[in-house]
Design a protein around this ligand. Sequence first.
Ligand code: IMP
Length: 427
Amino acid sequence: MPAVVLVGAQWGDEGKGKATDLLGGDVDYVVRYQGGNNAGHTVVIGDQKYALHLLPTGVLSPDVVPVIGNGVVIDPGVLLSEIDGLAARGIDCGRLLISANAHLIMPHHKAIDKVSERFLGKAKIGTTGRGIGPAYGDKIYRVGVRVQDLLDPGILSQKIEAALTEKNQILTKIYNRRGLEATKVLDEYLGYAERLRPHIADTSLILSRALDEDKVVLLEGGQGTLLDIDHGTYPFVTSSSPTSGGACAGSGIPPNRLTRVIGILKAYTTRVGSGPFPTELLDEQGEWLRQTGGEYGVTTGRNRRCGWFDAVIARYATRINGVTDFFLTKLDVLSGLERIPVCVAYDVDGVRHDEIPMTQTEFHHATPIYEELPGWQEDITSAKTFDDLPPNAQAYVRALEEMSGAPISAIGVGPGRTQTLQIRSLI
Ligand code: IMP
């Protein structure tokens, strides 16, 4: 009954799509357990590049059942256009299962996400503007609209009416925007209901039975550990729990059925949106990492902020998620450097911190304490095994492993499906 969690170990965009895809052949179910279309996975198969936002990566493997778990917030229009986009490229999403308990992103969530960010001005979170925070807000406030409501037009109508009675006041009176018409929203969502109906299921029951039958379930987190609503750099976080605990809550699979937790770790660090980032490089080295690593957002196209590897964060991710293995991605991006700085601890107002400081204020004051590791000049993109890597690249991997506190079991050396060095099995 292997249930394997894949979790971003930094601020998201670590290359999770590649890891999920690598495991694809051995997996029966791939489950998204949180987030929504704020996420973006890029998977390269042959000369085809797929950018997925809401659909689990498993959708690209014909033998895998992709599942959108109860912890996800779904923008149905986006989901359907993603399904249609794949269909146009010959990929069938007929197997997709959607939890009846997942929440829906409504038009007012998107409207409020955008205007409230503008309202915050310089204090903005830098959200993706997809309505994620407001949809989760309503879920927690117990006024959300769920996927199962699409199956009951009477309930759907009542919920939309009730939501807009309040949200239209907020949009018009606080933000000076136009309100939304309930009948229009209802018609739009009833249209989605027709198409989504065959996919709606009791996914936690299906997954539980699958595990009983020894099927392999992969739980795919969006974003990353430091964007977790509880364990991330609050308030500069997303509104859900990408960490491994969230995998249970967001799928209905209990903790004692999880067998592996794989942390996806980029060989350097990136972040999108606002918030503290101790190793950020604001100079030409940061620009070099951005260009060499192609660090532009899949979802919003925004430039990613770039910096050196931060071992404090990696250790934190190991602890919070119970990481059993790391998948190190984008090692090839670092080829050609003389020396590679790695942050081993922080200096916070003159005091050394080996762990993430307790308060947000301290974290904002953290400056990196670097150790420099020797670089390598060779192109490593065609390496097939760990032993093919130049000695300094091997030493870099071993050092990261030592500092991060969990074994590195796979290494990405390029974007292609075959450019992965597998050191040990991940299932
Ligand atoms: P939201 O998830 O759209 O509410 O955005 C909240 C924060 O999470 C912002 O800093 C976003 O840039 C960040 N964020 C959300 N999704 C991703 C992702 O998939 N990768 C990286 N950052 C993300």
